[in-house]
Write a protein that binds this ligand. Sequence first.
Ligand code: PLP
Length: 333
Amino acid sequence: MARTFVTLTEIEAARPVIAPHILHTPTLLSASLTERVGVPVYLKLEHRQITGAFKLRGALNALNSLSSDERKRGVVTASTGNHGRALAYAAGLQGIRSIICMSNLVPGNKVNEIRKLGAEIRIVGTSQDDAQEEVEKIVAQDGFAMVSPFDNPAIVAGQGTIGLEIIDALPDVETVLVPLSGGGLIAGIAAAVKALKPKTRVIGISMQNGAAMAASLKAGHPVSVEEQQSLADSLGGGIGLDNRVTFGMVRKLVDEVVLLSEEEIAAGIIHAYAQEREIIEGAAAVGIGALLAGKIRLQGPVVALLSGRNIDMGQHRRIVAGYHATETVPCRA
Ligand SMILES: *Cc1c(COP(=O)(O)O)cnc(C)c1O
């Protein structure tokens, strides 16, 4: 299949399409991180987005790009949670049928919440690839439209609207920190940011446990990696061996990819809670975690994108309880 590169024009076109249904989330100065690292650090509070993650932006834009026949039959996806949730919600808004396929690794709280949004759920296998096979069956047998969580130009353009909002809020931004999994989020943001401010650095952050995009960049082509448990469960899964959008965009536009240990991710969750009073999931904590770990070359102003808050609350309590004795977050670098 032909490779695709999403441009600023497509991202600007997505903005009014999704605007009536999303929150325009704030970009706020973090006093604690600014003091800690010595350059101004801002947090883009996208974890407060409706459905608890940024993925609603891409899902709304992707549904808008379907033909009326496709909308009548319905949509199907494999998702580690937040995309499925966003697609279920967006499809529900528009009266479109949705089926969400996912693996056994997806946390129970995410599964239940998607079911409540009105989607049909299919749980298959132990990996994102198993779930993806089920999607392909439903596409072939029932004619549903597949909506990838990331490798779809309309999804990338929808997520890219975050880049427009970051530049609007902070025209002088020099470094943008973005959680990285399949790369739809960072591809869209980087396309917008680099078109408007070519010198601004866009840095992707993943976990050390099973980062498929980082391994693919290193190999020079999409590769699969073994899926592992991580606090950043929303960053799990492959990029697709037949990736046609995000791999090429990430390779071209992203300045650097940084990998974090589980402890560094936990430190990000704890800092967000103790210092910022924000509950965020592991995937969303990687920007803060990377700053605390000293893994980002400091060139400010910095924006760290907090991408979602759909963490199991028992897990969140256990993580922050490990450190409850102190209000000051220890440096785990
Ligand atoms: C999906 C997701 C990401 C990663 O987005 P990609 O487009 O797959 O790179 C990061 N954080 C959260 C909370 C997510 O749900």
